[in-house]
Design a protein around this ligand. Structure first.
Ligand code: UDP
Length: 480
């Protein structure tokens, strides 16, 4: 059967990063199941409250090259003054005001020529669940992080009942289905304080997600076997059925610039094979000046070649430390880094301002190690490039991801923080860089990541690849 007159709808939260992920998912569907649906529609939220980057040129490019993908711009959201205390709660709040737009759009599409086979939304779009399920449209969640962070998330309502204090005050290891023991403060930040509004948003989302028609996860079976099995076996939602989960990854976004032209790639061309350690901390990872200094000292003393992406430090008084939210600025490298550092390391080190084409960098032959903030996309990109990692988590669920990176995936080392402080000394940075790049342990990790890289390829492209099978199951369900 072909997909004449049927469509699926994707609803990402605002921001280019989320948009790129769902477009990649749409491309995956179109590539493997080209005639399944006549359209894949992506809802675009219109908001002035969040400065989430200009998505216009990207949308134009996708529209021009992939006619089966169409973008539906929702009307602007009228928002009363917000009381949100974090970017995440602002997004939840903002998107809850989008519900009337979502209802209208779904009704308009359904009353036309197209049958909506599935409505797939990002985690932060949870408020729309009641709209789509109320209209009897099969509703799915698109979870862009690890199965290992989905486990504690789905388990949150159970954990909430089992313990009476906030995880932030527990100071103990906690056990979640399919995971190694996790120290309480390593659980995702929004799940730590049961009195916060964001915690309640997470609770509500966990409850609704468990009632959805399915959860699509950007991972693959052999990467996170235990966590995936625990979720599928119903251990995270003990008193109700768990929806089916579909591990369709690793889904890696195509780089959006012409990355071959980026000067750091030209520089990498002149470096020996596997000699360079790459340091990059995601879209929002920033450090205070004192920490930048220590990184510089560690890299200089390590004697290794490096490529380091530096963002401007957070504005003074920003209490969301290590996350510059949505206000990027150009860093003044001469003022921020130790005097003479750039001259002394010239030739063997390159500092790039604000952003580098990470996927292209990781797959360059000269790169031999990756210091990452443990964002899930970054870990997957490291795995797919076969690059051993050093985990330096900064915000969101990254502390948990680091445990998974080091203990479950065995694909990286961890950096020790100075006691009582989220600060890493130059001595520690030097030591870990040397350990990764020079030691037998580093070599074992390199081999292990090589195995994971092969496993990722098999999952995606092998005849019986687990991710291919999961996608095929999903599509056949949508075509019923
Ligand atoms: N990224 C990049 N260059 C940078 C910083 C980030 O290309 O200088 C990309 C990176 O390749 C990844 C994404 O931005 O695809 C970051 O996603 P991740 O989940 O790792 O972290 P987040 O930014 O969501 O914290």
């Amino acid at each position: 059967m072909d997909g004449k007159n049927s469509c699926i709808i994707l609803y990402p939260s605002p921001g280019i990063g989320h948009l790129v992920s769902v477009v990649e998912f749409a491309k995956l569907v179109l590539c493997h199941h080209p005639n399944s649906f006549s359209k894949i529609i992506i809802f675009i939220t219109t908001t002035t409250q969040l400065n989430t980057g200009n998505t216009g040129p990207y949308i134009s490019r996708v529209s021009a090259t992939m006619p089966a993908i169409s973008f539906h711009h929702l009307p602007a959201i009228p928002l009363p003054p917000s009381h949100a205390t974090s970017v995440e709660s602002l997004i939840f709040e903002l998107l809850s005001f989008n519900n009337c737009n979502i209802r209208q759009a779904l009704q308009t599409i359904s009353s036309g020529q197209l049958k909506i086979k599935a409505f797939i939304m990002d985690f932060f779009c949870n408020a729309a669940f009641e709209v789509s399920s109320g209209l009897d449209i099969p509703t799915y969640y698109f979870y862009t992080s690890a199965a290992s962070s989905l486990s504690p998330f789905l388990y949150l309502p159970t954990m909430h009942q089992n313990i009476t204090t906030s995880l932030k005050d527990l100071n103990a290891f906690v056990q979640h289905p399919g995971l190694p023991p996790i120290f309480s403060s390593d659980i995702a930040t929004p799940m730590l304080d049961r009195n916060s509004a964001l915690y309640q948003n997470f609770m509500d989302t966990a409850v609704q997600m468990a009632k959805s028609d399915g959860i699509i996860i950007n991972t693959f079976h052999s990467l996170e076997n235990r966590a995936i099995a625990a979720i599928s076996d119903g251990l995270c939602v003990p008193n109700a059925p768990t929806p089916p989960i579909y591990c369709i990854g690793p889904l890696i976004a195509k780089q959006e610039i012409n990355s071959e032209e980026h000067p750091c790639l030209v520089w990498l061309n002149s470096q020996p094979s596997k000699s360079v350690i790459f340091l990059c901390f995601g879209s929002f990872g920033v450090f205070e000046e004192e920490q930048l200094n220590e990184i510089a000292v560690g890299l200089e003393n390590s004697d290794h070649r490096f490529l380091w992406v530096v963002k401007a430090p957070p504005p003074k008084g920003d209490n969301e430390s290590n996350s510059s939210s949505f206000a990027p600025q150009e860093p003044d490298l001469n003022a921020l880094l130790p005097q003479g550092f750039l001259d002394r390391t010239k030739g063997r080190g390159l500092v790039v301002k604000s952003w580098a084409p990470q996927i292209a960098v990781l797959s360059h032959d000269s790169v031999g190690g990756f210091v990452t903030h443990c964002g899930w996309n970054s870990i997957l990109e490291g795995v797919c490039a076969g690059i051993p990692m050093i985990g330096w988590p900064l915000y969101a669920e990254q502390r948990l991801n680091r445990v998974i990176l080091v203990e479950e995936l065995r694909a990286g080392l961890m950096l020790e923080e100075s006691s009582g402080r989220r600060f890493v000394s130059g001595i520690e940075i030097e030591k870990r860089v040397r350990e990764l790049m020079e030691s037998d342990k580093g070599e074992r990790i390199r081999q292990r990541v090589g195995e994971l890289k092969d496993a990722a390829e098999i999952a995606l492209t092998g005849e019986n690849g687990s991710s291919r099978i999961a996608l095929a199951k999903l599509i056949s369900k949508w075509k019923e």
